[in-house]
Design a protein around this ligand. Structure first.
Ligand SMILES: CC(=O)OC[C@H](N)C(=O)O
Length: 245
């Protein structure tokens, strides 16, 4: 029987947690720098990834740029959410910001050709926040997720700059079949689009044009031109209660 090194899940969890801490906290960076390298090399060698040391060097060199991009995300959170009181609150308490942080770190590793560790990192943050962003997705600058929970962003999604999404949004595939593995299966969202709660947007050819607003609960399987407002009509009846009902 083949054995799988599943206890690496714990190692990947601690690695991801400390990587996040050290990205934003200089003291933590000093405390964990060596630890992170050691754990990274341990994980990738157990996962049969070649050139671990070279990958770590390249990844480390990308961290300052990732930090700058995340600082822009944090500003997007603070300037879009009327419920936030400071930038510090975003770093300390926002699940959406935690999720985009781990996504940007995992995406960098994915782009360096590492596959299982980035997926373990995204599953770690998925477990904490309910936000499931595949490390292969492409997400532009100043991305804002409000009320991050129940969100799914598929592997081949492409998201432009200044995009805002709310809880329950799915950017998914219209059909799921193994032979679609190397095709674009998930939508493209252009710059400045806002997608409200529980909208489901499906299909690799689907483009949501720039500056559009996608209303809550819509189900979209066709492209939307720039500057559109897409809403879902439902009929709600309100009447006085009769005999207690
Ligand atoms: C998000 C989504 O469409 O998932 C379905 C499948 N895992 C795929 O990547 O196509």
């Amino acid at each position: 029987m083949k054995s799988y090194n599943v206890c690496l899940k714990d190692t990947a969890k601690t690695f991801t947690k400390r990587l996040f801490y050290s990205l934003f906290d200089c003291e933590q960076e000093k405390a964990h720098g060596k630890y992170l390298e050691k754990k990274f090399l341990k994980i990738v060698s157990k996962l049969d990834v070649e050139n671990g040391e070279e990958i770590w060097k390249k990844f480390k060199a990308e961290l300052p740029e990732i930090r700058k991009t995340l600082d822009l995300d944090a500003i997007a959170f603070e300037s879009n959410d009327p419920a936030s009181h400071s930038l510090e609150e975003i770093y300390m308490a926002y699940p959406g910001f935690h999720a985009i942080s781990i996504y940007r770190l995992s995406h960098a590793l994915y782009e360096l050709g590492v596959h299982i560790l980035p997926r373990m990192m995204s599953e770690y943050i998925h477990g904490i926040t309910g936000v499931d962003i595949h490390p292969g997705a492409t997400i532009g600058k100043s991305f804002y997720i409000d009320h991050g929970t129940g969100i799914v962003i598929g592997e081949t999604s492409i998201i432009g700059e200044n995009v805002k999404i709310y809880q329950g949004v799915t950017l998914g595939g219209i059909s799921v079949s193994k032979n679609l593995a190397s095709t674009k299966r998930h939508p493209t969202i252009e710059d400045n689009v806002c997608i409200y709660a529980n909208a489901t947007i499906l299909g690799g050819d689907i483009v949501i044009g720039a500056n559009s607003i996608i209303g809550a609960n819509v189900w979209i399987t066709e492209s939307v031109p720039e500057n559109s407002l897409v809403t879902y009509q439902t009929e709600i009846k309100i009447r006085p209660k009769k005999n207690g009902i």
